[in-house]
Design a protein around this ligand. Structure first.
Ligand code: PAF
Length: 286
């Protein structure tokens, strides 16, 4: 497994693979790997000859009062995990290499970024869209695999490659959950084990919505009230949003149908401050 840090070297590495007739798949990450990340890498290996994992905690996608400093990091642990996976190369640049002095360009996906997480994290998706565009230009992948847990991010990246004619096939991969239903996330490392129940408020809310919708409750205002009560019944939770949205446009929906995704963001008391968790899923079977 090659470890590359310099963008030009990464691009030369990929070009050499392409000259040898190999396809390159990219899994963009911010590290602190869990089974969810590893499943993205395995999926990329099914689709491509060579798998590049980028590992970069991108500062521009964190707002001033967000958890950039607390975001979990452990490079050696991550490399040990990757060596057991079908990963051909890691691209791990520094912020200075990604954003050298004079950097001033931003990529913005306008409408999709105004919904859900975009409301409470106004700089987040421009940071994501910009760094993902850069990663595509540096790694030159044919395929990039993203987790469906970051459902809005995935919608934004699909729009971005379509709008800018970027020749990368975007593949979404299902959420991987702990045995108790908690969606895997690097941020789970910051949860307080004594307060784990609160973190389960999201996945249990998703189940509750599915149960109620199957019973015939389809008005999202009513479902939303039920879910808010459910989440608040867990100590130490603060809701950012409980939203029923169209799976493509991310516009709010008044009634649940086959296109409706329930998207949730909840702050949970963690070991050192609040941890913001997200989860999502279709409400009706597809
Ligand atoms: O999903 C993430 O880990 C990040 O948002 C991404 C796509 C690697 C961009 O920094």
């Amino acid at each position: 497994m090659d470890i590359l840090r310099i963008p030009e070297e990464m691009r030369a590495w990929s070009r050499a693979r392409a000259r040898g007739g190999k396809t390159v798949g990219l899994v963009p990450t911010m590290g602190y790997f869990h089974e969810g990340h590893l499943s993205l890498m395995r999926r990329a290996a099914e689709l491509c000859d060579a798998v590049v994992v980028s590992l970069f905690v991108n500062p521009t996608q964190f707002g001033p009062n967000e958890d950039l400093d607390r975001y979990p990091r452990d490079f050696e642990r991550d490399m040990d995990l990757l060596r057991k996976e079908p990963v051909t190369a890691v691209f791990a640049p520094t912020p200075e290499l990604m954003y050298p002095a004079g950097f001033q360009t931003e990529v913005r996906v306008q409408q999709l970024a105004t919904h859900l997480c975009g409301k409470s994290r106004p700089v987040h998706f421009a940071g994501v869209a910009t760094v993902v565009t850069k990663l595509f230009n540096i790694v030159l992948p044919e395929v990039a695999v993203f987790g469906e847990k970051d459902f809005q991010q995935l919608a934004i990246i699909r729009r971005l490659v379509a709008d800018l004619d970027i020749p990368v096939r975007i593949v979404g991969h299902p959420i991987v959950r702990e045995a108790d239903g908690l969606a895997m996330s690097s941020r789970n490392a910051n949860l307080d084990p004594a307060n784990r129940a609160a973190a389960l408020s999201l996945s249990t809310a998703l189940q509750l919505a599915r149960t109620e919708a199957a019973r015939g409750v389809r008005a999202t205002a009513e479902l939303g009230r039920l879910l808010e009560r459910h989440i608040h019944s867990f100590a130490g939770t603060a809701i950012d949003y409980v939203s029923f949205v169209d799976c493509d446009s991310l516009e709010a929906m008044a009634t649940v149908d086959e296109r409706t995704v329930l998207a949730l963001a909840v702050h949970v008391e963690g070991r050192a401050g609040k941890v913001r968790l997200i989860d999502n899923g279709f409400v009706l079977p597809r």
